[in-house]
Ligand binder design. Structure first.
Ligand code: CMC
Length: 434
C-alpha cells in the first residue's frame, strides 16, 4: 500500500461487536478509512449511493480541494498550466507524472502526431451512420471500433502496447471528433496536418473546406488549447470511474475510453455545457431571469440552473474563472461580443452569487457555464460541445486507466447492494395468475 503509515484507527461499533479499521493518509486531502475487510469482520456492507464518501482507488494524478476551489494536475495548479503550458505538455504531465524537458516534449509531440491519421477504412465505417446522428453517438461507436482496427495495441499486459494505445487515442480522438462534425454537416473529411499544434490542427480539421484556404486564428487556437487543458482530468468523476470500472475487468483500452465517452454524454456531466447554453437561449432576455430563478427555487419544478453547482466544488470552480476570461477574449475576437446570451449569463451569475438559495447550498458557476458560449462563438454547434470535452478528457481517462492497470492492488470493480426487492416466492403458471 503506497500511503503514509498512520497510527490512527477508526473504531466502528456494530451491535455488541466493535471493529478497528485502519486509517490511511495521502500526501494531502482527507484521510480514508479502510473498510475492505468490513464484510469479513461484520457481515455488513457500507451504503453510499453516488459514492459521496467513498475513495475507490489511490491516485497520484489529480488533486481537488472542492471547498478551497483548488485543482492541481500532478501538483501543478491548473491556473499555472492554463497560463504557461500547452495541452500536449499537460498530456505528458498527466501520463508520466512530470513536466517534460525540451527534448522529451519534442519527442512526445512527434509520437502523438505520428498517430493522427485513422485507418482509411474507418471513413467507410462512418458512412453507416445517419447524417443527423448525434456526434457523441458517433464518438462512442467509432472510438470503441478502434479496437477492431488496431489489434496490435490491445494486449493490456504489455506496457509497450498500453503506451501505443494511449498515443493512438490522444492523437486519433480529435481526428474522429472532427470527422463526426464534418459527417454531420455534409462536408468532406479534412486530414490532419502534422506540422500544426494540437488545437490548430483540430480547428482546421473541423472548419477547413477543400475549396478555400484556411487560416488559423491564433487567439482561437490558444483558447481551444486552454479549454483542452482545463478539461484534461478531474480525478474520480463519473466518466473516469466508468473507465476504471470497465478497465478493471481487463477490457481493451479503446473499449474503456468508449465507455467513458458514453458516461460523459449525460447532462449532469459533460452534457451540461450544451444544457447551459440551451437554458440561456430558453430564458431569452435579462428581464425574464427573475421568473426563471423563481422556477429554479421551486422544489416542484425540477428546473436547475445548468452550469451551476458541482459534486466536489463547494466554492468557485477554478476552471470557471479561467473560462470566464477566455469567453470574453473569444467573443471580442470573433465579433460576438454582442451575443445576446452573454448579458443573460452575466446577470444570472450576479444574481446566483448573491441569492441566499445558492449561497446556502454553495452553488457556484462551474466550467460549463461559460464554455458553451465560448465554443458557440468559435463556430461549434451545441451538439459538438461534449465531443470537445471528450477530446480533452481522453488523456485523463487514459492516465487513470494506466495507473489502475499498474496498481498491484487492482481488482475487478464489484460494488455490493442493499437488496430491498421481493424475497423468495414460487413461480405461478400463467393461467393461474390474477
Ligand atoms: N440549480 C439549482 N439547485 C441546485 C443545483 C442547480 N444547478 N445543483 C444543486 N442544487 C440544489 C439541490 O436542489 C439541492 O437542494 P436541497 O438541499 O434543497 O434539496 C442541493 O442543491 C444539493 O444538490 P445535490 O443534487 O445533492 O448536489 P450534487 O452535488 O449531487 O449535484 C450536480 C451536483 C453537478 C449534479 C448539480 O449541482 C447539478 O445538477 N448541476 C447542474 C448541472 C451541471 O451544471 N453539471 C455540470 C457539472 S461540472 C462538469 C463536470 O465536471 O462534469
Amino acid at each position: 500500500m503506497d500511503v503514509k503509515s498512520n497510527t490512527k484507527q477508526a473504531t466502528l461499533a456494530v451491535g455488541d461487536k466493535s471493529v478497528n479499521l485502519p486509517v490511511y493518509s495521502g500526501t494531502v486531502g482527507p484521510d480514508v478509512i479502510d473498510i475492505s475487510k468490513l464484510y469479513a469482520q461484520t457481515g455488513m456492507f457500507t451504503y453510499d449511493p453516488g459514492f459521496t464518501s467513498t475513495a475507490s482507488c489511490q491516485s497520484k494524478i489529480t488533486y481537488i480541494d472542492g471547498d478551497a476551489g483548488i485543482l492541481q494536475y500532478r501538483g501543478y495548479p491548473i491556473e499555472q498550466l492554463a497560463e504557461k503550458g500547452d495541452f500536449l505538455e499537460t498530456c505528458y504531465l498527466l501520463l508520466y507524472g512530470e513536466l517534460p524537458t525540451k527534448a522529451q516534449k519534442e519527442d512526445f509531440d512527434r509520437r502523438v502526431t505520428n498517430h493522427t491519421m485513422v485507418h482509411e477504412q474507418i471513413t467507410r465505417f462512418f458512412q453507416g451512420f445517419r447524417r443527423d446522428a448525434h456526434p457523441m453517438a458517433v464518438m462512442v461507436a467509432s472510438v470503441g471500433a478502434l479496437a477492431a482496427f488496431y489489434h496490435d495495441s490491445t494486449d493490456i499486459s504489455d506496457p509497450h502496447q498500453r503506451m501505443v494505445a494511449s498515443m493512438r487515442m490522444i492523437a486519433k480522438v480529435p481526428t474522429l471528433a472532427a470527422m463526426a462534425f464534418k459527417y454531420n454537416s455534409g462536408q468532406p473529411f479534412v486530414y490532419p496536418l502534422n506540422h500544426l499544434d494540437y488545437a490548430s490542427n483540430f480547428l482546421r480539421m473541423c472548419f477547413a473546406v477543400p475549396c478555400e484556404e484556411y487560416k488559423i486564428n491564433p487567439v482561437l487556437a490558444k483558447a481551444l488549447d486552454t479549454i483542452f487543458i482545463l478539461h484534461a482530468d478531474h480525478e474520480q468523476n463519473a466518466s473516469t470511474s466508468t473507465v476504471r470500472l470497465a478497465g478493471s475487468s481487463g477490457a481493451n483500452p479503446f473499449a474503456c475510453i468508449a465507455a467513458g465517452i458514453a458516461c460523459l454524454w449525460g447532462p449532469a456531466h459533460g452534457g451540461a455545457n450544451e444544457a447551459a447554453l440551451q437554458m440561456l437561449a430558453d430564458i431569452g432576455s435579462v428581464d425574464k431571469i427573475p421568473d426563471f430563478i423563481a422556477k429554479v427555487k421551486d422544489k416542484n419544478s425540477n428546473v436547475r440552473l445548468m452550469g451551476f453547482g458541482h459534486r466536489v466544488y463547494k466554492n468557485y470552480d477554478p476552471r470557471a474563472k479561467i473560462m470566464q476570461q477566455m469567453c470574453h477574449k473569444v467573443l471580442d475576437e470573433t465579433g460576438h461580443a454582442n451575443d445576446p446570451l452573454l448579458p443573460i449569463a452575466l446577470e444570472l451569475e450576479r444574481i446566483a452569487l448573491n441569492d441566499p438559495y445558492f449561497i446556502e447550498r454553495k452553488l457556484y458557476p462551474n466550467v460549463d457555464f461559460y464554455s458553451g458560449i465560448t465554443l458557440k462563438a468559435m463556430g461549434f454547434p451545441t451538439s459538438m460541445f461534449t465531443v470537445l470535452f471528450a477530446v480533452a478528457r481522453t488523456v485523463g481517462w487514459i492516465s487513470q486507466w494506466s495507473e489502475m492497470i499498474e496498481d498491484p492492488e487492482q481488482k475487478i470493480g464489484r460494488p455490493r447492494q442493499l437488496f430491498n426487492g421481493a424475497t423468495e416466492r414460487n413461480y405461478v403458471p400463467l393461467e393461474q395468475r390474477k
